[in-house]
Design a protein around this ligand. Structure first.
Ligand SMILES: [Zn+2]
Length: 607
């Protein structure tokens, strides 16, 4: 766990035990004491205390008082209206035919072999790949397509398959009722590379697809991200067709080939084709990878599909400074200045936020409601539940809009990384380069800052500029922030960098956060009912289906116009260490079977 930013915490006001005393007299007493404390504190300060400090003290006291009032007075209608409600929790929805591959040992080992075979084909996405029809590194996708065709003959016989931009796959199983909007399942074919230096850390080689029957694990790159999902989709569709399923609703299966490098040639192109053919809002729902899976949160059984994803912003910082012999350097070289810029950014991490638009607030309210209604398993102890503790006070604060900043700061200070970064923009300086020689002053230094954003890109760019400009000014650099012209700053003499030094900020890649898919639709209810059927809670408890967001990005962000209902959900146990993108990636075969069962049930329930 990272160090808590305790300085960010609001002054914590203690709860008072007013019992049955009349509210208004309690209020007057409380107001009196708070003001008394504030005045006492102000008087205890040195005599030189400035007027502005007094002003600040008064303001802080007033806002603390305001918060206390809001803790004990009923919320106004407008405030109540802002508090999101947990989505309606429908009853478990059993499909007409309930397939149980998870109970079939033969199926488990056969499907493990089919997943293993898919993993053995190294469909790797590299940065800087050439055109799909030209770069020979794409050829391996042909082998992968052959594997799919020979492994899933019914799908290939009964569907129309189009290959878009050479390697993108779009299967269409035509439905019998053209008035129903089609369903769309998405899962990508490509995987991230395996660095040579990590090969010896793999328990089984990354492209072996080795099945450890004892442990029930299929090993290898892509077993979890995202060939597990793709194979589960194919297994479910193949089984449905074998059952004689003739869908009323058309089914599309979309498989991109460059999700790991942005999806611009795969999913984006396929999405364009579908949009042209079908038009906007033409699909009933899209199910893609992601979410936080199936698990227990604060003692409550939950399933956490993601209904939105954070945006993305890569910003390049370039510092240019005059070169020269390093025997007579300025006080700070371009590398020194860059380090100050990086330091300034890291000193100001983004703020955690809970807003009514944030699915995470809805998720937390669902869990809080369940705890307060006595639906949690025995309360987990501090040791069992790492990270943020959903205490009585926090549960109360969640229902009070004025306390949301306080909850957000507590999560930021005490939460796990997942808990923190689903409510705040991340910031990581991931690449740096500069300097050429031991005896030459560096003339050019650049750094790349990666941010996964919950605010809009414009807001983040302005914020970066606000943080970095004062540093640039200190070193006399001209600033060109995002192409908005340049201005000469003071202070050039101080460091000797001179007027020719500059800081340039430019966007390398960006995308806005996606809008959150609604959770009050009948489509979401069908999803939730299916999840509750396939993944019932433990010991007869209810499994709550609660929305979250993705910290990473998926192919489905290229499909936004096709439907409002986009769910990112790998229904795996989210505590399991599937090691996506790292060494020893694996897939539990039972979890894989449950995914196939879930997709089968979902398609039947939507038909
Ligand atoms: Zn993926």
């Amino acid at each position: 766990m990272e160090k808590a930013h305790s300085r960010d915490l609001l002054p914590v006001t203690t709860a008072c035990s007013y019992g049955t005393r009349s509210r208004s007299s309690s209020w007057r007493n409380l107001a009196f004491y708070v003001l008394l404390i504030a005045v006492g504190w102000a008087l205890s300060q040195p005599a030189s205390l400035e007027l502005s400090s007094l002003h600040r003290v008064a303001r802080t006291a007033a806002s603390d008082l305001d918060l206390l009032v809001s803790d004990y007075l009923p919320l106004s209608a407008a405030q109540k209206h802002r508090v999101p409600k947990c989505p309606a929790q429908p009853a478990a929805l059993a499909p007409a035919i309930d397939w149980r591959p998870d109970l079939n040992d033969t199926w488990l080992s056969e499907s493990a072999a089919r997943l293993g075979a898919a993993v053995q084909i190294p469909t790797i996405s590299y940065d800087g790949m050439g055109e799909p029809g030209e770069d020979t590194r794409f050829q391996v996708f042909a082998t992968f397509h052959e594997h799919l065709a020979s492994t899933y003959p019914l799908i290939h016989e009964r569907s129309e398959l189009r290959k878009i931009n050479t390697w993108g796959l779009l299967y269409k199983v035509a439905g019998t009722d053209a008035s129903l909007k089609p369903s769309l399942l998405a899962a990508h074919q490509d995987v991230v590379p395996v660095p040579d230096e990590t090969l010896d850390q793999w328990e089984h080689p990354p492209f072996s697809g080795y099945y450890d029957e004892q442990k029930g694990l299929v090993w290898g790159r892509g077993s979890s991200d995202d060939k597990g999902m793709l194979v589960a989709v194919m297994e479910a569709a193949e089984y449905l067709l074998a059952e004689g399923w003739a869908p009323k609703r058309t089914l599309y299966i979309l498989s991109g080939f460059d999700e790991e490098v942005g999806g611009g040639r795969g999913a984006m192109e396929i999405g364009r084709v579908l949009l042209e053919e079908l038009g906007e809002d033409s699909i009933e729902f899209i199910l893609d990878e992601g979410g936080l899976g199936i698990g227990q949160e604060h003692g409550v059984d939950v399933a956490m599909p993601a209904v939105g994803e954070k945006g993305y912003l890569d910003v390049k910082m370039d510092v240019r400074a005059p070169g020269g012999h390093s025997s007579m350097p300025p006080d700070h070289t371009a590398i020194g200045i860059m380090s100050k810029l990086v330091e300034a950014l890291e000193a100001k991490p983004h703020e955690a936020k809970l807003t009514p638009q944030s699915p995470v607030l809805t998720h937390l309210i669902c869990v809080a409601d369940a705890i307060d209604a006595g639906h949690a398993a025995s309360r987990p102890t501090r040791k069992q539940q790492e990270g943020f503790q959903l205490t009585k006070k926090m549960r109360k604060y969640l229902r009070n809009p004025r306390r949301w900043p306080s909850v957000a700061m507590t999560i930021d200070a005490t939460g796990t990384r997942v808990e923190r970064f689903i409510i705040k923009t991340s910031q990581a300086v991931d690449v740096i380069g500069g300097g050429a020689k031991a005896n030459a002053l560096p003339e050019y230094v650049s750094a790349l800052v990666n941010q996964r954003i919950i605010e809009g890109t414009e807001e983040i760019m302005q914020r970066m500029e606000r943080v970095l400009r004062p540093v640039a000014k200190r070193f006399g650099l001209k600033v060109d922030a995002f192409g908005k012209g340049s201005s000469l700053q003071d202070g050039a003499q101080q460091t000797g960098v001179g007027a020719s030094g500059s800081l340039t900020l430019s966007v390398v890649e960006s995308s806005e956060p996606t809008p959150a898919s609604p959770t009050n639709t009948s489509a979401f209810a069908t999803l939730a009912g299916t999840i509750k059927h396939v993944f019932p809670g433990e010991n007869g408890r209810e499994r709550l289906v609660t929305p979250v967001i993705m910290t990473g990005n998926t192919d489905s962000r290229h499909l936004l116009k096709l439907t409002r209902n986009i769910w990112k959900f790998n229904p795996n146990t989210y505590s399991s260490k599937s090691a996506k993108h790292t060494v020893n990636e694996n897939m539990g075969i039972r979890s894989h079977a449950e995914t196939a069962r879930f997709i089968h049930a979902l398609l039947r329930n939507f038909d």
